[in-house]
Design a binder for this molecule. Structure first.
Ligand code: F6P
Length: 323
C-alpha cells in the first residue's frame, strides 16, 4: 500500500487547508494511505504523525489557518535532526511527502529527498509571494484583498482628517504585498525593499498632490524596508505641517477564509502534486502556476532563481498613478 504524509510549515496562509484537503482526497482516491503531520517538521521530529480519514479533511476548503498546525523549526538545518525526523516516516513505511509552505519549508523538503530518498513535492503556501517557479503563492491573493480593503478604509479617514497615513504590511524581504495591495487600493506612495527610495521621494509626492488640491496621502511600507515609525518621524521632521499616523496591519493579513482564487490555486496545485508522485518520475520538486498552467521545478529553483519577480516596471506604473 502506498503511503503519503502531508505537512504545513512556516507562517500559515489562507488556502493551506484547501491544499491539505485536495492532496488528501486525491491520494485517498488512488487507494493510498494518507497521514497528517502536526506542526510541520517539528511534528515529524516529535513523531506527531497520524492517519488521516476522509472525515478529517471534510469541510476544509474555505477555512482559514491550517488544520495540521504549523511551526518553524530552525534546527531542521542540521542533517542529524533531519535524519531523526526522516526515521519517523520510514518506520511507518511512508516514503512520499507533500510539504505546503514557503522557502524555508522547501529547503527541508529538498534535503529530505536528497539525503533520505523521501519523495517530496512542495506546494508554495505563503502570503509573501517570495518563491520563484510560481507566479503566485497560495494565500497571496487573499492577503492582497485584506490589505487593499484595509488601505481603502484608512483612506476614508485620512481624507476626512486631511492626514498622511503610513500603512505597514508584511512580506518579509519581498515587496509584493505592498506593491500589489497598494496599487489595488490606489496608494500614493509605496516603499518596497526591491526599489531604492529616499525620503525626498515621499516629500515630492506629498507636495505634488498638494499642488493638485489633495491634502491626504497614503504611503504603504513593506516591512522589509525598515522601521515604519522611523520613516514617518523623518517625514514629520521635514514637513512639520503634516498630521501623520502609522497603522500596522499585522497578523490579520494571514487570517480569514481564502479567496476563491486561492482555493482554486490550492486545488490545482494539490492535484498536480499527487499526480507527480503517482507517475513516479519526479520527486524533490515543487509545483507552481505559470500563465494558468501548472509548472514543475526542482525545489532548489524556488530560492536559486528568486529575484523579486522583476517588479520594477510595475513599480514605475504605480508611482505614475500615485499623484
Ligand atoms: O512569512 C509570512 C510572514 O507573515 C511574513 O510576512 C512575516 O514577516 C512573518 O511571517 C511573521 O512571522 P511570525 O508570525 O512568526 O511573527
Amino acid at each position: 500500500m502506498r503511503k503519503l504524509a502531508i505537512l504545513t510549515s512556516g507562517g500559515d496562509s489562507q488556502g493551506m487547508n484547501t491544499a491539505i484537503r485536495t492532496v488528501a482526497k486525491a491520494a485517498m482516491n488512488k487507494g493510498w494511505e494518507v497521514y497528517g503531520i502536526r506542526r510541520g517538521y517539528k511534528g515529524m521530529l516529535d513523531d506527531d504523525i497520524f492517519k488521516l480519514s476522509p472525515l478529517d479533511v471534510a469541510g476544509l476548503t474555505g477555512k482559514g489557518g491550517t488544520k495540521l498546525l504549523t511551526a518553524r523549526l530552525p534546527e531542521f538545518k542540521y542533517p542529524e535532526v533531519r535524519a531523526k525526523a526522516a526515521e519517523n516516516l520510514k518506520k511507518r513505511g511512508i516514503d512520499q511527502l507533500v510539504v505546503i509552505g514557503g522557502d524555508g519549508s522547501f529547503h527541508g523538503a529538498h534535503y529530505l529527498y536528497e539525503e533520505h530518498g523521501i519523495k517530496t513535492v512542495g506546494i508554495p503556501g505563503t502570503i509573501d509571494n517570495d518563491i520563484a517557479g510560481t507566479e503566485q503563492t497560495i494565500g497571496f491573493d487573499t492577503t492582497l484583498n485584506i490589505v487593499s480593503d484595509f488601505i481603502s478604509k484608512v483612506s476614508d479617514t485620512a481624507k476626512s482628517h486631511e492626514r498622511t497615513m503610513f500603512v505597514e504590511v508584511m512580506g518579509r524581504n519581498c515587496g509584493d504585498i505592498a506593491l500589489f495591495g497598494g496599487v489595488a487600493a490606489a496608494a500614493n506612495g509605496i516603499l518596497i525593499p526591491e526599489v531604492e527610495w529616499k525620503i525626498e521621494d515621499i516629500e515630492n509626492i506629498v507636495k505634488r498632490r498638494r499642488a493638485n488640491g489633495k491634502n491626504y496621502n497614503i504611503i504603504v511600507v513593506a516591512e522589509g524596508v525598515g522601521n515604519t515609525h522611523e520613516i514617518a518621524k523623518e517625514l514629520a521632521t521635514r514637513m512639520p505641517e503634516l498630521d501623520i499616523r502609522v497603522s500596522v496591519i499585522g497578523h490579520m493579513q494571514r487570517g480569514g477564509a481564502p479567496s476563491a482564487n486561492d482555493r482554486l490555486l490550492a486545488t490545482k496545485l494539490g492535484i498536480a502534486a499527487v499526480d507527480i508522485l503517482d507517475k513516479g518520475e519526479q520527486a524533490g520538486v515543487m509545483v507552481g502556476i505559470d500563465r494558468n498552467n501548472v509548472s514543475v521545478h526542482k525545489l532548489s529553483y524556488a530560492w536559486e532563481n528568486y529575484s523579486s519577480k522583476n517588479n520594477k516596471d510595475f513599480y514605475d506604473i504605480a508611482m505614475m498613478l500615485s499623484v
